[in-house]
Write a protein that binds this ligand. Structure first.
Ligand SMILES: Nc1ncnc2c1ncn2[C@@H]1O[C@H](COP(=O)(O)OP(=O)(O)OP(=O)(O)O)[C@@H](O)[C@H]1O
Length: 334
């Protein structure tokens, strides 16, 4: 478990303290994939780098597996960092070393394994990330996705219990992003690894995370399960990530030229696939048009989110009927 207790961080620039993270409490349970999303400058990198003490907190305590990391001495910190792997947006591989040597590096630095043990561990890590045939290549000979796989193998070399991902897929195309996220999901399950990732892309959170925190202006402004936060966003920043605008009024304004009541319906689980709209329209005499919508999955949970204009018939009966079928109804314009 990772626990922030009233942690804040200010950077000293030109004799002045610039706050990057305001006093923050945060708990990340072991084995979770925890996503942190926010716009540029929100404080995501600062929060992530505090976990392995690449940044020192200005105040507060950070507990990892019951240990106060802010109290570690140099040797304690060296050992602690072996338990916390990290991968980066631009991979940070050594260009003059082969793939195998890049992966071996943390093991050599740890100094606890002999050459044979290191070779065996590197072979098994490269096999795990699907790069066994590329061991002797140099980073420049690899695609972006392959480089990130090397980064992941290197991060796993010392058998960490936590993996920190700093915008790990931001430099990759959508297809390769999907493959790398799939790999992260697999290692989370197989190794019971806690993964903390930062991103500015909702899709990354939706595909792999269990929990999410939304950051804005150096604060966590909303957090919870991905389904709760993304299907029922409360804070304007979260709403802007999910819906593209900060308030229901702004969203309704997009459809100023459309007449009728404007509702947003959120379906989740099996109700996503039920032929409900047709039934409700027949039963209540309400006509509807679909103005916007998305049907997708949050990890394995199917969901749908539809913006509808409703005209005529018994509108309140239609809304009651939808609510009774476990559909969340939000009125954008009454
Ligand atoms: N080393 C530093 N020295 C001074 N200020 C910094 C430093 N690192 C970050 N900051 C400032 O702290 C604030 C938070 O930055 P941080 O990099 O944590 O945000 P972020 O959400 O990760 O942004 P991005 O997505 O652009 O990387 C910003 O105002 C930034 O300018």
């Amino acid at each position: 478990m990772i626990e922030f207790q009233q942690v804040n961080k200010a950077y000293r620039v030109g004799g002045r303290d610039i706050p990057a993270l305001h006093a923050t409490d945060l708990t990340i349970e072991a084995g979770q994939v925890y996503g942190i999303i926010g716009h540029s400058g929100a404080g995501k990198s600062t929060l992530l780098r505090l976990i392995n003490r690449l940044e020192e907190p200005s105040n507060g305590r950070i507990m990892v597996a019951g240990e106060d990391t802010t109290a570690l001495n140099a040797e304690g910190l060296r050992r602690f960092r072996q338990r916390v792997g990290m991968i980066f947006q631009h991979f940070n591989l050594l260009s003059s070393a082969t793939v195998a040597d890049n992966v071996a590096l943390p093991l050599r630095l740890a100094g606890s394994a002999n050459r044979q043990q290191i070779a065996a561990r590197v072979a098994s890590l490269l096999d795990r990330v699907g790069l066994s045939d590329h061991a002797s290549k140099y980073p420049a000979q690899l695609s972006g996705g392959q480089k990130q796989r090397v980064g992941i193998a290197r991060a796993l070399a010392t058998e960490p219990s936590i993996l920190l991902c700093d915008e790990a897929t931001s430099a990759l195309d959508p297809h390769t992003t999907g493959q790398v996220l799939q790999l992260l999901s697999e290692i989370n399950r197989e190794l019971n690894l806690t993964i903390v990732l930062i991103t500015h892309e909702m899709d990354v959170i939706r595909r792999v995370c269990d929990q999410v925190a939304v950051m804005d202006g150096g604060r966590i402004v909303e957090q919870g399960t991905v389904a709760d936060v993304f299907l029922h966003p409360q804070h304007p920043t979260t709403r802007s990530f999910v819906f593209g605008s900060e308030s229901a009024e702004d969203q309704a304004d997009d459809f100023g030229h459309v007449s009728g009541q404007i509702l947003r319906l959120t379906f989740q689980g099996e109700s996503t696939f039920a032929p409900l709209l047709g039934q409700v329209a027949r039963e209540t005499g309400v006509d509807y048009s679909i103005l916007a919508g998305r049907i997708d999955r949050i990890r394995d949970l199917p969901y749908g989110q539809l913006t509808l204009a409703l005209i005529g018939g018994d509108l309140s009966a239609a809304r009651e009927r939808l609510a009774a079928a476990d559909v969340h109804v939000e009125v954008l314009r009454g």
